[in-house]
Write a protein that binds this ligand. Structure first.
Ligand SMILES: [Zn+2]
Length: 147
């Protein structure tokens, strides 16, 4: 099987570890009931997708730059190339970002988990998640210090 690039696995929302399993249950991001529904583990390599509670709050840091880049690209096209005035440009950018929001949120999550989980080209099926174990040990350590 041909290897997918990291960019390709992010755009197609694939597991960052095996780049084959789907990160989301439904392929269509515009189904608002299931747009962010993810399986607990990768169906191909069993990578844990729920790494810790609130893990995907950090995806705000990766989806926001996508919003900015899309906004800038649309601004250049509408305002500079098509010479639209301010209000039509702002309106079209706002509507476009609202329509694209589900896909942008998914890409933000795909980038975020891609930062944490590294690609494993020599992957063997495994039931353990080293990251989850490290985080649980770290959390136990913090709880002991707080008491
Ligand atoms: Zn996987």
């Amino acid at each position: 099987m041909k290897r997918k690039s990291k960019l390709n696995s992010i755009i197609t929302c694939k597991c960052p570890r095996c780049r084959q399993g789907n990160l989301f249950v439904e392929k269509n991001p515009w189904d608002y009931r299931t747009m962010l529904k993810m399986p607990d583990n990768c169906p191909v390599c069993n990578q844990d997708f729920k790494i810790e509670p609130g893990f995907y709050i950090g995806a705000l840091w990766t989806s926001y730059p996508i919003v900015v880049v899309v906004g800038i690209i649309l601004f250049v096209i509408l305002s500079l190339l098509l010479n639209l005035s301010f209000f039509p440009t702002a309106f079209i950018i706002a509507i476009s970002l609202i329509v694209l929001q589900p896909a942008i949120m998914r890409w933000g999550r795909a980038i975020w988990i891609g930062i944490t989980v590294k690609y494993d080209p020599n992957l063997k099926k495994s039931n353990s998640s080293i990251i989850k174990k490290i985080i649980s040990i770290f959390t136990i350590h913090l709880n002991i210090k707080e008491l």
